[in-house]
Ligand binder design. Structure first.
Ligand SMILES: Nc1ncnc2c1ncn2[C@@H]1O[C@H](COP(=O)(O)OP(=O)(O)OP(=O)(O)O)[C@@H](O)[C@H]1O
Ligand SMILES: [Mg+2]
Length: 315
C-alpha cells in the first residue's frame, strides 16, 4: 500500500492504459510521464508504505488514544533497531490527529517530543515546552516552575497522548539522572492520566525495565529487522509500484528479498536507501527498472561497508 498526496500531473487511466504503466500505483503513473528531473525528485522524496507491523502499531496507538481516562493509564513502548521505521509510524499517526487552531490557542491531541541526548529533566521540559509552541526565553527557571508550566500547557493544549521519541537517550545518563527521568515519566503519567508512548532502540527497553513500576505499565511493541519472508516480498512489491519507472521491476521474489536484505542489513531505512539509489540508476541509465544491473549501478553502501570506508579514511 502506497500513499502520496501528489496530484500535480494529469490523470492517467486506472489501469495505466496503453501507456504500459499498469505495473505502477496510480499516483506513480502520473509521475512516470514527467521528465527525468522531476521523477528523480519524486524517487528521492519520503513516502509512506504500509506494511502489516506498521498497521498493527498504528492500531495500537489508536486504541490507546481512545482509552477512557483512568487512574492508571496504559503506555506503549515502540522498540526496534535504528532506521527501522519507528519515527515514521509516529509521524503517520500524528498526521492523522493533527493540531487544530482555536481562536487564541492550539489543540494538540498527539504531542511528540524528542528525548534530548543529554537526559536532563530540565532539558526534557524545555523540549516539551518547545513542542507545545512555547519556546523558553533564556531565563533560568527553577525545575518546579518548569514542571508546573509544562503541566499547565499540556492540559491547556488538550494533549491526549505524549510520545517521547529517542527514549534510549535516557540510558546515556548516569544512574541518578536516569532515575530522576524515570520518576518524571511516572509523575507525568499519574498527573496527566494520558497514555505515554516511548519510542527507541533496545536501550529504551532496558531503561524502562530498570524500573519495576514503569516496566509493568509500558507494553513493548517491537519492530524487528526484516527477514526473507512474505512480508518483505510484499513490501518490495509496494516499492516497485511506488517508484515512477517505466518498466516493471521484478523484485518481489524470495531470491531478491534475500539479496537485498543481506546488502542492507535488514532495516526498512537501509532498504529504502538501496532501492532509491537503484531507482535513480534505473532512470539515469535509461534501464527504467530495478534489476540486477541497476542494483549493481546503485551507489548505495550498506552500514558495515560505510563504517569500513569511514575507518579507512580516518586511518
Ligand atoms: N512506512 C514506511 N514507508 C516508507 N519508507 C519508510 C517507512 N518507514 C521507514 N521508512 C524509511 O526508513 C527511514 C528510517 O525510518 P525512521 O526514521 O522512522 O527510523 P527509526 O526507527 O525512527 O530510526 P532511529 O531509531 O534511528 O530514529 C525513513 O527515513 C524512510 O526512508
Ligand atoms: Mg527515529
Amino acid at each position: 500500500m502506497v500513499s502520496t498526496s501528489d496530484s500535480s500531473a494529469e490523470s492517467v487511466p486506472e489501469d495505466g492504459g496503453e501507456l504500459g504503466l499498469a505495473h505502477l500505483h496510480e499516483s506513480a503513473r502520473r509521475i512516470a510521464m514527467l521528465p527525468d528531473e522531476e521523477r528523480l525528485r519524486y524517487v528521492r522524496a519520503d513516502r509512506w508504505i504500509g506494511y502489516p507491523r506498521a498497521t498493527e502499531a498504528l492500531e495500537k496507538l489508536e486504541t490507546l488514544l481512545a482509552w477512557p481516562e483512568k487512574q492508571r493509564m496504559p503506555n506503549l513502548l515502540l522498540i526496534g533497531p535504528t532506521n527501522n521505521g519507528k519515527s515514521m509510524i509516529i509521524e503517520k499517526f500524528r498526521r492523522s490527529h493533527p493540531a487544530t487552531s482555536l481562536p487564541d490557542s492550539e489543540e494538540i491531541p498527539v504531542l511528540v517530543v524528542q528525548m534530548p541526548s543529554d537526559p536532563l529533566v530540565s532539558r526534557f521540559y524545555t523540549a516539551l515546552l518547545a513542542a507545545l509552541g512555547s519556546p523558553m526565553r533564556p531565563v533560568r527557571y527553577r525545575l518546579a516552575d518548569l514542571e508546573q508550566l509544562a503541566l499547565r500547557l499540556l492540559r491547556a493544549a488538550g494533549v491526549r497522548m505524549l510520545v517521547i521519541d529517542e527514549l534510549h537517550n535516557v540510558l546515556a545518563g548516569a544512574g541518578d539522572r536516569r532515575r530522576e527521568f524515570l520518576n518524571l515519566l511516572r509523575f507525568l503519567g499519574n498527573e496527566l492520566r494520558i497514555p505515554l508512548v516511548g519510542v527507541g532502540t533496545h536501550n529504551a527497553y532496558l531503561a524502562i525495565r530498570s524500573d519495576d513500576q514503569l516496566e509493568n505499565r509500558f507494553a513493548p511493541f517491537t519492530l524487528p529487522r526484516w527477514e526473507t519472508d512474505a512480508d518483505t516480498c510484499s513490501l518490495l512489491a509496494s516499492f516497485a509500484s511506488a517508484f515512477p519507472l517505466r518498466r516493471p521491476s521484478s523484485i518481489a521474489t524470495t531470491e531478491m528479498a534475500s539479496y537485498l536484505l543481506a546488502r542492507c542489513e535488514g532495516t526498512i531505512g537501509e532498504l529504502t536507501s538501496l532501492l532509491t539509489d537503484a531507482a535513480v540508476a534505473a532512470i539515469t541509465s535509461g534501464e527504467e527498472a530495478i534489476n540486477q544491473h541497476t542494483l549493481t549501478l546503485a551507489s548505495y553502501a550498506g552500514p558495515t561497508e560505510r563504517r569500513r570506508l569511514f575507518e579507512r579514511e580516518l586511518a
